[in-house]
Write a protein that binds this ligand. Structure first.
Ligand SMILES: Cc1cc2nc3c(=O)[nH]c(=O)nc-3n(C[C@H](O)[C@H](O)[C@H](O)COP(=O)(O)OP(=O)(O)OC[C@H]3O[C@@H](n4cnc5c(N)ncnc54)[C@H](O)[C@@H]3O)c2cc1C
Ligand code: SF4
Length: 489
């Protein structure tokens, strides 16, 4: 590091965002990269600490710290500060197969563990990461790397989300022949049909898939394993099969309402297909001129809010079960744990510009659904809850009398999380599972030679964790194949 005082003299900046009133008129990314000068300035805030907690992605009990793929953050910060973006890119790719995805959508647990964040705003690590990779693509430094030698091993990867892509990339680079099977018409998993385009441009995903293809990975789209070919048959054709099939079974909302209620994934997928291919939207996937309620206070709900705004909804409100997060860390959420503090996500900022208020309602639950004479949903009656911490540490919610309130609603988008792998897939593939996750030992499932990784193994998580799992399952598959060679001779 050239400078020693950047952390004292420079202010944190997380990059320019397009104005909410402009960006809600399209599906272009709401944010761009840093200029080179700003990236250098922001990187100069890194203290290059002896023990960089940002880089160590581990979980200790309930405490989660650092970058799950162990990005070499202080190293590339030093290189960026020196203006050596090409070498910084090389370091970045050593640990992260797809920094263009994480640099855009990662919630950046690294920043919560940045030592500077103990007393000042953290280094803008995520935006520096994005800038390195974007500059890399702009300058043609990211090129197809075709393996020069091929082994006789053939590997099937089922599912092309970030876990499947990372596993395929690692194994292909090691010289094995990899085929990725994907049931959708496009590869990318939730990177393509899940995370909205304004957060992650689909051209960015397609660019990486094209590179992987050029490097030798085969993609078989519109191919559902379990329907078009059984897992057993796949197993007989390949040396190993890796299930990276995600965990998109929605948690169900118990309700007597028959229409007007749509699960978030169906809504977001339909909206992206409409945006990419001009596919006609069903009335229930079109928020135009409608009062919208999103049930579920998490990030998927926030993406529904942002999508409804772009479809020109009449109003949008998001219901959360929990209270508003505090402005600063609470005593049970201290550094270097991932901070649980109030943030204004892009969709909330947009809603504030459009409707003059934050769309989030806290500690609220629906008591009754209101319908018109012809049975159409036209609103909900809600009540506020109080959070009660019991003597054994558990938390319960109790109804506060006199807080009944009516909210008009033409459509309700349900974003209350995911219960795990789609149930029918677990039974079709006959792999053992627990609590919605495929059970594994060293990434191998109950069926020898069949491995699992990503959300399917750990439950609905993050892109960066999916990449880590993809890298680790690739290692496990190679170790298994090596053992096989030792045995046979
Ligand atoms: C709406 C939404 C927004 C999100 N936003 C963020 C975010 O901003 N940042 C972040 O870090 N994380 C985010 N996440 C979480 C993140 O997207 C996931 O953790 C990650 O994509 C998991 O990767 P994966 O590869 O394990 O599974 P997935 O991305 O779910 O991919 C699984 C793939 O397997 C395919 N498949 C399933 N069964 C079969 C079969 N039988 N045959 C063939 N193909 C099959 C599916 O079609 C899919 O393409 C979000 C999730 C959702 C739902
Ligand atoms: S991948 Fe996520 S956690 Fe890791 S350095 Fe990038 S933003 Fe931070």
């Amino acid at each position: 590091m050239k400078r020693r005082d950047g952390f004292m003299t420079e202010e944190r900046n997380t990059g320019e965002e397009r104005h909410p009133s402009v960006r809600t008129t399209d599906y272009e990314e709401y944010k761009g990269r840093f200029t080179e000068d700003e990236a250098k300035r922001q990187a100069s805030r890194c203290m290059d600490c002896g023990t960089p907690f940002c880089h160590v992605g581990e979980t200790f009990g309930a405490v989660r710290i650092g970058c799950p793929v162990y990005n070499l953050i202080p190293e590339w910060n030093g290189l960026v500060e020196d203006g050596n973006f090409e070498e910084a890119l090389h370091r970045l790719h050593q640990t992260n197969n797809f920094p263009e995805f994480t640099g855009r959508v990662c919630p950046a647990p690294c920043e919560g563990s940045c030592t500077l964040a103990i007393h000042r705003p953290a280094v803008a690590i995520k935006q520096i990461e994005r800038t390195i990779i974007d500059i890399g693509f702009e300058n043609g430094w990211v090129k197809a790397r075709k393996p020069s030698v091929r082994t006789p091993f053939k590997i099937a990867v089922v599912g092309s989300g970030p876990a499947g892509l990372a596993a395929a990339d690692q194994l292909n680079q090691a010289g094995h022949s990899v085929t990725v099977f994907e049931r959708e018409d496009r590869a990318g998993g939730l990177l393509t049909y899940g995370i909205p385009a304004m957060k992650l441009d689909k051209k960015v995903v397609e660019r990486r898939i094209s590179l992987l293809e050029e490097e030798g990975i085969r993609f078989k789209l519109n191919f559902t394993v379990g329907v078009d070919e059984t897992l057993d048959s796949l197993k007989s054709r390949f040396d190993a099969v890796i299930l990276c099939i995600g965990a998109t079974e929605p948690r169900k909302l118990e309700t007597p309402v028959k229409s007007g209620l749509v699960y978030a994934m169906d809504y977001l997928t339909a909206s992206t297909k409409h945006h990419l291919d001009g596919k006609v939207l069903l009335d229930e996937h079109d928020a135009k001129d409608k009062d919208i309620i999103v049930i579920g206070g998490g990030d998927t709900g926030a993406d529904c809010v942002a999508t409804a705004l772009r479809q020109r909804c009449k109003s949008v409100v998001q219901f959360g079960k929990h209270e508003e997060a505090p402005a600063t860390r609470s005593d049970d959420n201290m550094w270097p744990d991932t901070p649980n503090v109030f943030t204004l996500d892009y969709g909330y900022e947009e809603a504030m510009h459009q409707f003059g208020k934050d769309p989030r309602e806290y500690l609220i639950q629906v008591e009754r659904y209101a319908t018109s004479d012809d049975g159409r949903l036209n609103g909900v009656w809600t009540v506020r809850n109080e959070k009660v911490r019991n003597s054994d540490g558990s938390v319960t919610f109790s109804r506060v009398d006199g807080t009944e309130q009516f909210f008009p609603a033409d459509l309700i988008y349900v974003a209350i999380g995911f219960s795990g792998v789609e149930q029918e897939q677990v039974s079709i593939h006959q792999v053992e599972g627990k609590a919605g996750k495929i059970a594994t030992t060293s990434y191998e499932t109950s069926i020898p030679g069949v491995f699992a990784a990503g959300d399917a193994r750990r439950g609905q998580s993050l892109v960066v964790w999916a990449i880590r799992e993809g890298r680790e399952v690739a290692k496990a598959v190679e170790e298994r194949m090596m053992k096989g060679i030792e045995k046979t001779g």
